[in-house]
Design a protein around this ligand. Structure first.
Ligand code: PAN
Ligand code: ZN
Length: 196
């Protein structure tokens, strides 16, 4: 971890930071139960545990006042008709926001609050997205061939709650219908008020 001000480069075509501390890779096997078409996921897993996304992090102390930051790269592809996506999460400290800046590719951010309010915003190069405090977020690559690359930054004390999304999913799924991106209801999702 650096103890003097630092810079790094984000260069096309890959935008992998010129220096980073942590490289996380998430594969298909980490997404069991998250895709609507479980048979398609099982079938794909028989062939290969495909890499869905890479995250490159610059390490900072996980405390208020610091800003955690890095690059997320979601690769193109689908499970059934549902696009490759991140796991998605709430921040453990719910009242913490996040900024995303899209550097490459085409995609969307799927978001929702604990009360079930939802939003989907487009991501494309040059686009900045402010994810409000309290909103869970998942990035989805809706492009055919290109990676979806975003720079992200969020408070050091935010933490991650993956469990709520793992259990209930997001309210909306992003799928391909007749060659186009479509936002559909998640059949697995239940209103928070009716959850056990
Ligand atoms: C991002 C995400 C990153 C990977 O840094 O962590 O895009 O997504 P998952 O964490 O959902 O696998 C972020 O939102 N941090 O808070
Ligand atoms: Zn986050």
């Amino acid at each position: 971890m650096k103890d003097v001000p630092y810079t790094f480069q984000l260069e096309p075509p890959d935008f992998i930071p010129s220096t980073y501390d942590n490289h996380i890779q998430r594969r298909l096997s980490a997404m069991r139960g998250q895709y609507a078409d479980e048979a398609a996921l099982a079938q794909m897993l028989e062939q290969e545990d495909t890499l869905l996304y890479d995250v490159y992090e610059l390490r900072r102390p996980e405390i208020a006042g610091e800003i955690l930051h890095g690059i997320s790269i979601v690769h193109p592809g689908k499970v059934g008709d549902e696009y490759f996506m991140t796991k998605g999460h709430f921040h453990s400290v719910l009242e913490t926001a996040e900024i995303y800046y899209c550097l490459k590719g085409q995609g969307v951010m799927v978001m929702e609050t604990p009360e079930g309010e939802w939003a989907v915003e487009a991501l494309y190069p040059g686009r900045v997205l402010y994810v409000l405090p309290r909103w869970a977020h998942r990035s989805v690559n809706t492009g055919c061939e290109e990676d979806l690359v975003t720079f992200f930054a969020y408070p050091g004390n935010a933490g991650h709650d993956y469990g709520t999304i793992e259990t209930h999913g997001f309210r909306k799924l992003v799928v391909e219908r007749d060659g186009q991106m479509a936002i559909v209801d998640n059949p697995r999702w239940q209103p928070p008020s009716s959850r056990a």
